[in-house]
Design a protein around this ligand. Structure first.
Ligand SMILES: CC(C)(COP(=O)(O)OP(=O)(O)OC[C@H]1O[C@@H](n2cnc3c(N)ncnc32)[C@H](O)[C@@H]1OP(=O)(O)O)[C@@H](O)C(=O)NCCC(=O)NCCS
Length: 156
């Protein structure tokens, strides 16, 4: 089944909150998920598939775009277990990069757990590299890494 990617709307807050259960630590609260759908500096996309004729959200990405910085930040990417390994995270990140570039951002950063093999594989494949180590960054004491991708200027 081909998943569709679209901008999230306020009604997606429950789906977004449920997807958070896939994180081992530092999950967003219901309040934060709802707020992310309303703030001007956040862009949220979801991937949706049809299950028995009804759309179901199976993945989401939150991108933060603060106007005072030229660096965008991927705040969260998550794909439901049953939808992994089909390139959805890759498509969502590509969508976020396109948006960041179109807003003249010069780079994207994000944080990952050092032990997150899947996410590190994802970002390595997409050209992100390690910018900083973040000792005990997560609320369960796990170390993190800050990754970064600088955009090349389009050739004239
Ligand atoms: C990380 C995550 C978002 C990947 O989602 P996904 O849709 O399965 O990833 P994709 O299918 O787009 O994979 C793209 C690439 O990522 C890498 N990758 C994905 N899963 C991987 C795994 N389990 N192990 C190693 N590399 C992996 C691969 O390089 C893959 O490319 P390939 O299929 O050509 O080998 C998903 O595993 C997830 O939701 N994890 C829990 C939440 C989380 O950790 N989010 C990221 C931290 S913010």
């Amino acid at each position: 089944v081909k998943a569709r990617i679209r901008r999230a709307d306020p009604k997606d807050h429950t789906s977004l909150f449920e997807l958070e259960s896939h994180f081992p630590s530092d999950r967003m609260s219901r309040r934060t998920t709802r707020r992310m759908l309303g703030i001007a500096t956040a862009r949220v996309w979801v991937a949706e598939i049809d299950v028995d004729g009804l759309p179901r959200v199976v993945a989401a990405l939150i991108l933060l775009l603060r106007s005072r910085t030229q660096v965008a930040r991927i705040y969260s990417v998550v794909v439901a277990d049953e939808a992994r390994g089909q390139g959805l995270a890759q498509r969502l990140v590509a969508r976020a990069e396109k948006e960041a570039r179109s807003l003249a951002k010069k780079a994207i950063t994000l944080e990952v757990r050092e032990d997150n093999v899947a996410a590190r594989g994802l970002y390595a494949k997409l050209g992100y590299s390690e910018a900083n180590r973040l000792p005990k960054y997560y609320d369960d004491g796990a170390d993190g890494l800050r990754l970064r991708k600088d955009f090349r200027r389009a050739s004239p």
